[in-house]
Design a protein around this ligand. Structure first.
Ligand SMILES: [Zn+2]
Length: 342
């Protein structure tokens, strides 16, 4: 597995790290971080400020191997705004916010060939080209942290509507890139408009946003359910993949961890049932999902478990609804728990 240093400068630019000690807990790459930006993990919900040491998760969207959460601890600096970078990341503030007016158009440009996805979405018109739109602020969550990108539309007075099919965060400056496949005439209208002063409205698909938030929160709740088992499993949360198509969380096992004999009759099934029972109990009783910043790192807490995270979440775990813990599998000595929200 490749060790990749955490880009603290980048985290700072996008507002997930505001200086001070390096982020020390949490398993996930910030949602806005591009693939490869490492985030550290720790089994403890405590947030002691120290240099990261534990293994890390990659951007779950890539499905790649976990990278190690290296990186030097940062020097103390003056706190930066919560959502720094070229684009203000309004999606970090309120998951229920799916409409946002008054987003200044900074740039609309035809994508460089090398940046284009392999092919246009199925519903793109024939002959479509891809344009990338950058706004001064947005409620579109960019793909990352194991969570899919939001989809939706962008509108502006006098311009044709844009269907946003993919959203990513540019590492160099924190710009949120809204990709849209459109006919050349539409691309032309937007690229020309970018030279002026245009205010854009964001419209995120609320149904998908809610689904993605439920899936992501369910992944966090799985950690709570695992950690609530007695005697303790002491599994360390690793990579998280919170896409609708086969979501899972992988747990890293160390010398202290309780091992599961997958071949021993009933052992795996018994543990799965305990985890499922815990999940059901947490959802039934409900608990607020709390978001705060610690040393400039966005921390998401539910049922007493907290980790660094840039994703969108439900406001209360009861909103996740029924979660099925479907499978426990060995992955190179680690444990993968697959789940689904139903
Ligand atoms: Zn998360």
């Amino acid at each position: 597995m490749t060790a990749e240093p955490m880009d603290l400068g980048y985290l700072q630019r996008i507002g997930l790290w505001q200086g001070g000690a390096a982020p020390s807990n949490g398993r996930e790459v910030p949602a806005s971080a591009p693939s490869g930006a490492a985030k550290v993990s720790a089994s403890s919900p405590s947030v002691a400020a120290k240099a990261p040491t534990a293994s890390a998760a990659t951007n779950g969207s890539s499905g790649g191997a976990p990278a190690s959460g290296g990186g030097a601890s940062g020097g103390a600096k003056a706190p930066a705004p919560v959502s720094g970078g070229l684009t203000e990341h309004v999606f970090l503030t309120d998951t229920s916010l799916v409409e946002l007016d008054g987003c200044k158009l900074i740039e609309a440009a035809l994508a460089e060939k090398a940046e284009k996805p392999a092919e246009a979405p199925k519903d793109a018109p024939a002959g479509a080209v891809m344009i990338t739109v950058i706004l001064a602020r947005t409620v579109f969550h960019s793909q990352g942290g194991g969570q899919p990108a939001d989809v939706g539309t962008l509108t502006a007075e006098g311009l044709p509507e844009l269907a946003v099919s993919f959203v990513s965060c540019r590492k160099t400056d924190g710009a949120i890139l809204h990709d849209s496949w459109v006919l050349p005439a539409t691309a032309d209208a937007w690229t020309k408009a970018a030279a002026g002063s245009v205010q854009v409205s964001c419209h995120v698909d609320a149904v998908r946003r809610k689904l993605y938030a439920r899936l992501h929160s369910a992944g966090h709740l799985l950690d709570c359910a695992v950690n609530a088992i007695q005697p303790p499993l002491k599994w360390v949360p690793g990579k998280g993949f919170h896409f609708p198509d086969g979501p899972y969380v992988e747990y890293v096992l160390n010398d202290d961890s309780r091992k599961i004999d997958m071949k021993k009759p009933g052992e795996k099934e018994g543990t799965l049932k305990e985890i499922q029972d815990n999940m059901d109990r947490f959802v039934a009783s409900g608990a607020r999902v709390n978001i705060r910043y610690q040393d400039g790192v966005r921390q998401v807490e539910m049922v007493g478990e907290e980790c660094g995270c840039g994703g969108t979440h439900v406001a209360d775990v009861s909103e996740i609804g029924k979660i099925e813990v479907r499978k426990m599998a060995n992955k190179q000595g680690n444990i993968r728990l697959s789940y689904q929200v139903v």
